[in-house]
Design a protein around this ligand. Structure first.
Ligand SMILES: CNCc1ccc(Oc2cccnc2)o1
Length: 397
């Protein structure tokens, strides 16, 4: 009879027998294929066995696991009109502010390899001023984003600190070219990708994101991060833990499909204001690097049919409405729950300073077949990006 306890004891015994009993915080190494990958520290593995069988983790093991792993939090500062959120990162002793992007998987920076006319106003990364930089010989990268912007260059590795957590030997992609959109944004010194490393653009050998490198080095007790963006105020990115003070009620999870490299899930439908919830599959990604909520035309038209004076403004490139309009809430079905985006979050503000015309937070996805749940959505929830369990979670806040 294999009771849970028997299973648990057997697992612990096996675990205990597979290694000589060193002091508990030794990081073991397993050699898979040709690359030795560090195993998470012993107590972390022990804690996971208890968790795997739904048993409480004994306090001494939990304490040892906590001592052997790291957690951290970094502010996410909104740019003008919340078009993007920037966070401080330290690379080889140099501080830059980057746009953390769950929709891509490259960590790239404005660098000393860009023409100086392009780096005006930016913090740049210069590997020659770092004691720990190493060139990744022969490696190059080139990326194009959904809004048509892009960048390219070559690659170094260096020590990268995010939220107080330092990852050694992280691939850092230096921009030697950037598109015009990035030149118009002097506070944005580059992007830190938090999607899956399968879509990293480095050639000939793709590199891992900062989060995946940290997870592979066993730095996190739980390989997850949370996103708490706010309208017109600093929010946070937290790594390795969930801060229960940042949400109300409970977290609702839905499985993700990482085959395209995104935090992609199938939404269950939508509702406008207090209207009926429309049940339909919505193939969506959670994307901190996209400002807006981008959905199919049928849904966008349904929403703005309930906003007096709303119309498509070709010059502005989407739906606008009188800033005096009362915007209905937007309800998004995710997993077994529904996320409510209050009407007050569904506007990006005046189309230009002093205008009484406001730009909608919900816009068309141009029929690309994917809905992009960007910052407009993320401002309404505490979002959990759980790599261990391949799931996305949200909670009201
Ligand atoms: C505003 N365009 C420049 C720019 C800033 C951040 C990014 O990157 C993006 C754009 C769209 C989707 N995901 C990431 O481009």
């Amino acid at each position: 009879m294999h009771s849970l306890t028997t299973l648990l004891v057997a697992s612990l015994a096996t675990l205990a027998l597979t290694k000589p009993v060193p002091q508990i915080t030794t990081k073991g190494f397993s050699v898979t294929g040709t690359v030795a990958k560090p195993l998470p520290a012993y107590p972390v593995r022990l804690a996971r066995v208890y968790e795997k069988y739904g048993k409480p983790v004994p306090s001494n093991i939990a304490a040892a696991a906590a001592a052997a792993t790291e957690t951290g939090s970094v502010p996410a500062i909104p740019e003008e009109s919340d078009v993007a959120y920037l966070s401080e990162v330290n690379i080889g002793g140099q501080t830059l502010t980057l746009d953390f992007d769950t929709g891509s998987a490259d960590l790239w920076v404005f660098s000393s390899e860009l023409a100086s006319s392009y780096t005006e106003g930016h913090a740049i990364y210069n590997p020659n001023k770092s004691k720990t930089a190493k060139k990744l010989n022969g490696a190059t990268w080139k990326i194009r984003y959904g809004d048509g912007s892009g960048a390219s260059g070559d690659v170094y590795t260096d020590d990268v600190e995010v939220a107080g957590i330092t990852v050694k030997g992280q691939a850092v992609e230096l921009a030697s070219k950037v598109s015009s959109q990035f030149l118009q944004d002097p506070d944005n010194d580059g992007l830190l990708g938090l999607a899956f490393s399968s879509i990293n653009t480095v050639q000939p050998k793709p590199q891992t994101t900062w989060f995946d490198t940290a997870a592979a080095q066993g730095l996190f007790a739980k390989s997850l991060f949370t996103v708490d963006l706010k309208q017109g105020a600093p929010g946070t990115y937290d790594f390795g833990y969930i801060d229960s003070s940042k949400y109300t009620g409970k977290i609702t999870y839905t499985d993700i499909n990482e085959s395209q490299g995104f935090w992609e899930f199938t939404g269950t439908g939508y509702g406008v204001g207090d209207g009926n919830f429309q049940e339909q599959d919505i193939d969506a990604i959670a994307d901190t690097g996209t400002t807006l909520l981008l959905m199919d035309d049928s849904i966008v038209e349904d929403y703005y049919s309930q906003v007096d004076g709303a119309e498509v403004d070709q010059q502005q490139g989407g739906y606008v409405f009188p800033c005096s309009a009362q915007l209905p809430d937007m309800i998004l079905g995710i997993g077994s729950g529904q996320a409510t985006i209050p009407g007050g979050l569904m506007s990006l503000g005046a189309v230009s300073r002093g205008s009484s015309s406001c730009f909608g937070g919900l816009q068309s996805n141009q029929g690309v077949g994917l809905s992009i749940y960007g910052d407009i959505f993320l401002k309404a929830v505490l979002a959990v990006f759980d790599a261990d369990n391949k799931r996305f979670g949200f909670a009201p806040k």
